[in-house]
Design a protein around this ligand. Sequence first.
Ligand code: PBG
Length: 333
Amino acid sequence: MRNTVAPFPATRLRRARKSPALRALTRENALSTDDLIWPIFVRDGEGVVEPVPSMPGVNRLSIDKAVEAAREAHALGIPAICIFPYTDPALKTESCEEAWNPDNLSNRAIRAIKAAVPEIAVMTDIALDPYNANGHDGIVRGGEIVNDETVEALVKMALAQAEAGADILGPSDMMDGRIGAMRRALEAAGHPNVAILSYSAKYASAFYGPFRDAVGASGALKGDKATYQMDPANSDEALRLVERDLLEGADMVMVKPGMPYLDICRRVKDAFGVPTYAYQVSGEYAMLQAAAANGWLDGEKVMMESLLAFKRAGCDGILTYFAPAVARLLAGR
Ligand code: PBG
């Protein structure tokens, strides 16, 4: 692209910034409610709204409350909600079979939300960590996270979620070969229209800390996730992963975390031009909320600025815990 600049004073770039009207006319990117996916945490019980201490403003919701949240999201114009389960520790095992139980918490939440608010797209998480006694996303054998056996488990999990009515499956596990295996299984089982938003470039990040509190996986996790999640030092590898997932049948791809990885978002969008999403993860949310709570940052302004940055980096949408607050602000409510 040529971005021609005549010599001063023929060009004075400040002319386009002189008033709100000129700035509005020359603005390149905009954040809209259409860009938001709202991640929520569900737990057992009824009428329960339980705050997550490391994520001020975020709660674990019992299914009835999650349905209310979905209604609120739909009324605000948020197109999609993403469900993460806080699983009863007594249901966590080394073989993770609760993950593909058709009546597990996540699948019950999907059914309840789709019954009450069919218009909202329900996205899921596919990984074994909420069900795994050792907190890993895959099955552990002799200290190793085994790939192919994990993929078989993930396929069962994907089918149970599709059966429950999920619109978008979100494999966040980073095993090799899982997208192709899920896509084939979905076709064979009569779910040709279930979309896959692959967590293609998911980094082994310390920014997931508060999320692991929220789903109750922090205490359980033994070791780290570096043998399956990406090395934060890598960039070219993200393009290989995205291309691989697209060739295996992913409809949409994700970069995660968000703000520290905007360079990756831009490279992915430029290289493939496919629907590209970023996850503004729990640690990013916690940082902004903590600084705002101390009066060190203007919470509303940094929320909007941080999300606009994803649009500028080429993202089509953002998973963010700020979704309802943003939607209310954009709607002037
Ligand atoms: C589970 C999963 C994680 C997140 C989404 N899905 C945590 C992890 O990989 O340890 C993180 C989301 C967040 O931090 O907000 N596989």
